[in-house]
Design a protein around this ligand. Sequence first.
Ligand code: CTP
Length: 423
Amino acid sequence: MSQDFLTQLEKHLPQPIRKLITDAGKKACEMGMELYLVGGTVRDLFLGSTNFDLDLVVEGDAIELANELAKDSQAKLTIHPRFGTAKLSFTDFSLDLATARSETYSKPGALPTVRPGTLKDDLFRRDFTINAMAVCLVPQRFGELIDLYRGKDDLEHRLIRILHPNSFTDDATRILRALRYEQRLGFKLEPETESSLRQNIAMLDTISGDRIRHELELISKEKEPERVLRRADELGVLNRLHPSLRGNGWLGEMFSKARQFAQRVSLSVLYLCLFVYRLTKQENDEFISRLNFPKASAQAMCHTLKLKAQLPVLTTPGLKPSDIHQLLRGYAPPAIQTNALATESPVASQRLHFYLSRLRYMRPALNGEDLQRMGIPAGPQIREVLQILHRARLNGEAQTRQDEERLVRIWRQTTSGTKVDTE
Ligand code: CTP
């Protein structure tokens, strides 16, 4: 077994990281502590994939050990004494050290009560068997696998399995985590786990909006988040977050378009706006309030629906670029991008793309100071002329600085009532 793991370690962790964890194991041993690699890193190493966010559990004092390790390295050390955790950040990877702990839940959905504990306690508090394996790092036992819940078997059989029947009741965020791992890894929920998940969907009501939102953010970082959302829809999980949310084929099509065409917009925000695209304003407001979305995301979501309602205006024949700019300039870019992807109107889509790729960046060459130098007094007139120049730029009527200067001269002569030569 240990040989098995050491081979994976050789293959998937670069030498500097291997040296670091070996040295950390030696140091822990000198200090009379036990040290283990745990969780996602062990899982991913067995699956043959690379994971440079290493989680270490210390039977002893994680902060003391981290302090010692930091002395001999260039790493940046961050400590959280309240949680008994420390992080060593290197340029390309990080080591998280935590003092082994046990967790108990006073009531469903409550944050757990944490006490120092043994490795066994620490593994028992975890979500799924495949995340509850540890590998010993102290010299005498280096590479020894501790697999109390047969996580390795479940990895081999490609199963997501909870450790005990109360798992989803204790912490219903695990419902979303289970679906995320299932779809990411191409695994299946083990039948009893699936049945427990189905029975406990209502437990999502015990979880705060912030924590559910955090899980959705993690889902949005997956390669194909739509797979998780489709599964969540099938199982009735989305319905519990809001009865109108859907994760069906349309969403998948849109997410995949978003990955292809997103222009300087965060993909997670875009996914979110597409997720609410088919909600009514009221449903969207309810969802925002349930998940306590921060201002910027909430604004992008609301703008998405507001703009969707305005799209017929955007298809009016003969709109000039300046009209398009005028219509769209108040909307958050992710809302515009979402509508560009999701609308069924080719004209609206083309105009939204035109705004995003060109119009929103166009500015006059002349600024307020240039205008004053040309004799326009400081004050509202400057603003008026800048707007004229901006419109002219957008509509292609001014393409050079000289074109703009000519327009300024015309404006001056017209406002002062003098006849001008427009050449
Ligand atoms: N964990 C848990 N229950 C949660 C959150 C986390 O039991 N609600 C445990 C899991 O055992 C997990 C570990 O804490 O392996 C670390 O959590 P996280 O960083 O979210 O998971 P990783 O496996 O490290 O990362 P990834 O999501 O990439 O797999």
